[in-house]
Ligand binder design. Sequence first.
Ligand code: KG4
Ligand code: ZN
Length: 358
Amino acid sequence: MVILGIESSCDETAASIVRDGREILSSVIASQIGLHRPFGGVVPELASREHLLKIEPIVFQACAEANVSLNDVDAVAVTQGPGLIGSLLVGVCYAKALAFGLDIPFIGVNHIEGHVYSVAFENPTVEYPALALIVSGGHTNLFYIPEAGKYKVVSRTRDDAAGEAFDKVAKMLGLGYPGGPVIENLAKEGDPKKVKFTLPKISDGRPDFSFSGLKTAVVRHIRENSIEPVADGAQPSQEIKDLAASFQATVVKSLVGTMKKLAIEMSPKTLIVAGGVACNGALRSAAEAAGTDLGLPVYFPSKHLATDNAAMIAAAGYAHLIRGSQSDLTMTADITMRLQNFENEDAELKRKRVRYRL
Ligand code: KG4
Ligand code: ZN
């Protein structure tokens, strides 16, 4: 089955042709990083206007590179949410119109579920239950996945996402956007033990993440040590490299420490680490080491599949379709779409039990 995936939730217009949920025939991504760089972050209005210009050429390019025509496409999968409303609407409306015109199924996919499926291409089939750490610019969650398509959030961030913390710290240090890759590169030449940052304790004891305190600690460190942001074209100082390494090590410790703790409690058969921050080498090594300690396989997407792309959306769409689920044309973009249906199902079962006195 040939699926066309479309992703436009934030600042990438992407289209991909995927066969049977596992074979990427093409994956085209038009990044808007250059457009937003002068503003130090994504400008929503600019993003949606750019998606409008790019969506059709990108879809046509994906078909051409895969050597398929639109008539060979069996279904269209598109990111329904979460994301920026204008950006999402461009993808959703385009996908709907295409599916309607071609008279083929249409599937709205949760972007975060797409990240979970980004491991479908280069790893063995996921064995369930799985525990997935999804870390990106907008999200930091751990999901318990008892079976394909069922998700329970077991840890979330109380404030910033991990990628957002990387981006904000990079901005403070004058390192540009997106911050993750620059910080990772500087960290390679820095001492991760140089600056002592402490991880926040969540007062209600839930295994949640919090990165805004760490960001404040970085601001304080910058002020107390009179660290100047790196000027355009200048070489970052050793002090900045040490700060980058120490910050990164603290984020990684928090992410992997929590994943390991929950894995011990929940006994999954597979660990998944995905989302843009999963490009980070330090995070990958620490997660690998945790998997080895626990005797569990850890599946990562390769870097080009870790950041936003449409192949992962097509793979998730395929999984929906083979389970017999698809969207109808009344579906629309959902900016706050959540990925949590396992607990809901529990609640639904409980309600039924009460109703029927089972
Ligand atoms: O998944 P993604 O492409 O978009 C969202 O859905 O948010 O993730 C983008 C995020 C950005 O915050 C970026 O700084 C971060 O992923 N990122 C990294 C690295 N590469 C990208 N963070 C840490 N280390 C990296 N190497
Ligand atoms: Zn993403």
